[in-house]
Write a protein that binds this ligand. Structure first.
Ligand code: F6P
Length: 366
């Protein structure tokens, strides 16, 4: 039993999926049932399920065997903001605040607390539900690692491992053909995946949104390597990277998404631009894309997600509603959702990690 009488918890996963979601779902469910004898359900497709009252019971059986799996057994949506939701009225699509329907649905099912697992967009709605008096706990998810209140989001490490594996593979083929290989990685407007995969994957050039690049510096780096007898080069380019004085490359605009701009395309653009300046090497670009979000959850993320899930339930027992569970240093902590939203964590261009990369000769195009 919980000391505050909480008897039933609902979970939902929102925004882009990432490895570790299932591990959090499992940890919340197991802790709630085994430690506190609390019932758990999961709304399907994020907030959409909350609106449609579409849910599944989460039991020891339904969460069995899912810890290692990427994706989410609850499905996800990155479009459904119930405070600005598209509904059809008299055959016409209109935007409406339908959050009261969600609150009613929770009442109908006797839900005491809603645990929201998501990134900035999903947690913004969590904050808005908290403002309406709903008891909410947030759990920080995103491969981009760009939430300021927590040291690390779950999903980041798994994505990083995929990017490093890709770089290891590109190395052997680049060396065989004396090619310049570009790898475009995700991360939106934060360069964490690019920076850390580039260091771990022994890249020669890392281009991130926080450090606009001069293409001539990249050419200089390739030439410098040639002089050392290294006839191939590896370039990691984050999808949000841009040239000095230039713009990001937008792949598409997703209507109805809280963050409608989808980046992508800088890798191929840069490959083309470099081909105009470098004639003695072939240049190839690999866009890693959603491979970074799929597959198995890394060991690090399984542990982090488990800790987040367990802590979320402890926060419920301790009445810490309206907060998001965080990792601060090596410890679990929490931060109010009001302070979490919009606080983006980007790479410090003069920070220790960038300096370390520069010290070992990695070029950032600056
Ligand atoms: O936020 C996670 C992320 O994978 C970003 O790195 C990327 O820019 C975006 O989502 C891709 O979104 P979508 O799944 O809509 O293609």
């Amino acid at each position: 039993m919980m000391k505050n009488g909480v008897k039933k918890i609902a979970l939902l996963t929102g925004g882009g999926d990432c490895p570790g979601l299932n591990a959090v779902i499992r940890a919340v469910t197991r802790t709630a049932i085994l430690k506190y004898d609390v019932e758990v359900i999961g709304y399907k497709f994020g907030y959409k399920g909350l609106y449609n009252n579409d849910f599944m019971p989460l039991t020891l059986k339904t969460v069995s065997g899912i810890q290692h799996m990427g994706g989410t057994i609850l499905y996800s949506s990155n479009k459904d903001n119930l405070f600005d939701y598209t509904v059809e009225e008299d055959g016409v699509e209109v935007k409406k605040d339908v959050s009261d329907v969600a609150v009613e649905n929770m009442k109908k099912e006797n839900i005491d607390v809603l645990v929201v697992i998501g990134g900035d967009g999903t947690l913004t709605s969590a904050r808005d539900f908290a403002r309406k008096g709903v008891k909410v706990i947030g759990v920080p998810k995103t491969i981009d690692n760009d939430l300021a209140s927590t040291d690390v989001t779950f999903g980041f490490n798994s994505a990083l491992n995929v990017a490093v594996d890709a770089l290891d593979r590109l190395h052997t083929t680049a060396a065989s053909h004396h090619r310049i290989m570009l790898l475009e990685v995700m991360g939106r407007n934060a360069g964490w995946i690019g920076l850390e995969s580039g260091i771990a994957g022994s890249a020669d050039v890392i281009l991130i949104p926080e450090i606009p690049y001069d293409i001539n510096k990249i050419v200089d780096k390739v030439r410098e390597r040639e002089e050392e007898g290294k006839l191939f080069s590896i370039i990691v380019v984050a999808e949000g990277a841009k040239p000095l004085g230039g713009n990001v490359v937008v792949n598409k605009v997703v209507k109805d998404s809280p963050d409608p701009i989808r980046l992508g395309g800088i890798g191929n653009k840069l490959a083309y631009d470099l081909e105009q300046l470098i004639k003695n090497h072939e240049i190839r670009c690999t866009v890693l894309g959603h491979i970074q979000r799929g597959g198995m959850t890394s060991t690090f993320d399984r542990i982090l997600s488990t800790r987040y899930g367990v802590e979320a339930v402890e926060m419920i027992n301790n009445n810490k509603f309206g907060n998001m569970v965080c990792l601060t240093g090596r410890k679990m902590s929490y931060e109010h959702l009001e302070n979490v939203i919009g606080a983006t964590k980007v790479v410090n261009p003069n920070g220790e990690i960038v300096e370390a990369a520069k010290a070992i000769g990695i070029c950032f195009g600056d």
